[in-house]
Write a protein that binds this ligand. Structure first.
Ligand SMILES: [Zn+2]
Ligand SMILES: [Zn+2]
Length: 81
C-alpha cells in the first residue's frame, strides 16, 4: 500500500547504478508533462512499501519508466545482481 494523501517527494530512479543523469532527465520530462508519474507500484502486492520510484530497464531510454515502490525497486535491482 502506498499512503494516500502524502505528497510524492522528488522521486528516485536507479541512483544506485550511478546514473544520476537519467534521473534528472526523467524529472525534467515529468515536469514538462512528457512522462506521467504513477502514484502506484506496478507490482502492487502486499509487500509494497515506501514512495514510488521510477525504474529504468534501459538507461538509453530515459523516458521508458517502470514505476515501482521503494521495496519492489530494491528487489528488482537485487534480482539483477
Ligand atoms: Zn511495490
Ligand atoms: Zn531501478
Amino acid at each position: 500500500m502506498v499512503e494516500k494523501g502524502q505528497p510524492l517527494q522528488l522521486f528516485v530512479s536507479c541512483i544506485n547504478q550511478g546514473r544520476h543523469n537519467v534521473q534528472s532527465k526523467l524529472q525534467r520530462a515529468v515536469a514538462r508533462g512528457l512522462v506521467t508519474r504513477s502514484t502506484s507500484c506496478s507490482v502492487n502486492d502486499k509487500n509494497c512499501a515506501g514512495v514510488i520510484h521510477g525504474h529504468h530497464e534501459d538507461y538509453s531510454k530515459p523516458f521508458e519508466v517502470i514505476w515501482l515502490c521503494r521495496f519492489h525497486h530494491k528487489e528488482r535491482h537485487r534480482k539483477k545482481d
